[in-house]
Design a protein around this ligand. Structure first.
Ligand SMILES: [Ca+2]
Ligand SMILES: [Ca+2]
Length: 203
């Protein structure tokens, strides 16, 4: 596993000296490895399903979903029915879209949909389900690829995507010093690229 040091040891020591009163965290390393891909399947009409995949606070979780599930009223992709928003589990998202939460964080649900980059606020396991409280005749399943990845500077972009996709600085939250973070810098590019989320490696 190759790593790129975030700070030279001497620089880190100086920072630690300056931060003695407020405490000093160990310098974080930039990890340029491609994130490991985990593939799980999420069934329609089921409660929260534990993927068994663990993520750690501070990581970025790249999440991509494909496939369809259906009920007695129609067929839906991971993005659900965009014309029918539903409030379930504390989140407003299209009906029958893919939802995600982390164990121990039952009050924080993410609308994952077809693709999402999620800043992990608390370590735990990834749970998934559809956004439907009651769905008669629900059947089918989605294929979901989960790629938890380190984010050394905490700007919401993983080290890997900063280095190989966006060419921003994985050591600085604001690469060009423009006054806003790198995630905002690339948000326009994401939209123009149709999402711009890290894709699974070709098989
Ligand atoms: Ca980053
Ligand atoms: Ca950055």
């Amino acid at each position: 596993m190759s790593m790129v040091q975030y700070l030279p040891a001497a620089g880190a020591a100086l920072l630690c000296s300056a931060a003695l009163l407020s405490g000093c965290a160990a310098p974080r390393v930039v990890r340029e490895n491609r994130p490991v891909e985990y593939v799980v399947f999420v069934s329609a009409g089921q409660p929260w399903q534990n993927s068994g995949i663990a993520v750690r606070q501070g990581e970025v979780l790249h999440c991509l979903a494909e496939g369809t599930w259906r009920d007695d009223f129609g067929e839906y992709g991971p993005g659900g029915d965009p014309d029918r928003m539903q409030d379930n589990f504390g989140v407003n998202a299209p009906a029958n879209s893919l939802l995600l939460r982390l164990s121990g964080q039952t009050n924080r649900v993410y609308a994952a949909g077809e693709q999402a980059n999620i800043q992990v606020e608390r370590s735990g396991h990834v749970f998934l389900r559809g956004n439907a409280a009651l769905s008669p005749g629900a059947r089918g399943r989605l294929k979901v690829t989960l790629m938890p990845a380190p984010d050394a500077d905490g700007d919401g972009l993983s080290d890997y995507e900063e280095i190989f996709l966006w060419h921003t600085n994985p050591r600085r939250r604001d690469s060009n010093g423009a006054g806003f973070g790198d995630a905002a810098l690339v948000s326009d590019l994401r939209n123009r690229l149709g999402g711009g989320v890290l894709q699974p490696a070709p098989r």
